[in-house]
Ligand binder design. Sequence first.
Ligand code: GRF
Length: 210
Amino acid sequence: MINIAIFISGRGSNFLALLKNIETGVLKNCRIAVVFSNNEHAKGLEYATKAGIDTIVIPSKNRHDRAEYDRQIITALADYNIDLICLAGYMRLVTEELINIYKNRIINIHPALLPSFTGLHAQKQAIDYGVKISGCTVHFVDSGMDTGAVILQKTVPVYDNDTEESLSARILEQEHIAYTEAVALYADGRLKISNRKVIVTENKWVDLKY
Ligand code: GRF
């Protein structure tokens, strides 16, 4: 059983998708131990509370001390014996210190085919650029913005009449599938990182301590 911490800043639909898939047995050997948010108004916190999952909120408004802020997170998570951190709409960069403590154990989902369209409004960036295919990427987190090693990607078509909203909705459906698949691979010990490539092994190759 792996203990997951989910980091959110807002809506929390990726968190909810993971939770549902755990509850229905689609995603095995996983437990969401805690949901962390930098925003006390994040809608996703309500789902956590309803599901009886612990929540931690450390408001980040007017906090410019990223190192100190993340140290508070590290302290708050210490009791939870966390194996994996899933960033799910978490709108802050994480510091080297947090990344090193959870080395190769932090993953993120981004609504574009990385390395294209990093950062905010990735779906709008895709539309404005005029790409015909977009999608989502689950990747390990490094200290850059959306730059870590890619675990898996899902594609969707981009139509001429797409708006940011319509494309976002099409991608979001795939995000929920992709995140569950990536967490399952992680929980099964099937992700092997070699340089910056993630190799999905046929069989379990590691006992989750990378
Ligand atoms: C998703 O599109 C995710 O890819 C991006 O932020 C959005 C979060 O949505 N990083 P939700 O909070 O999971 O509903």
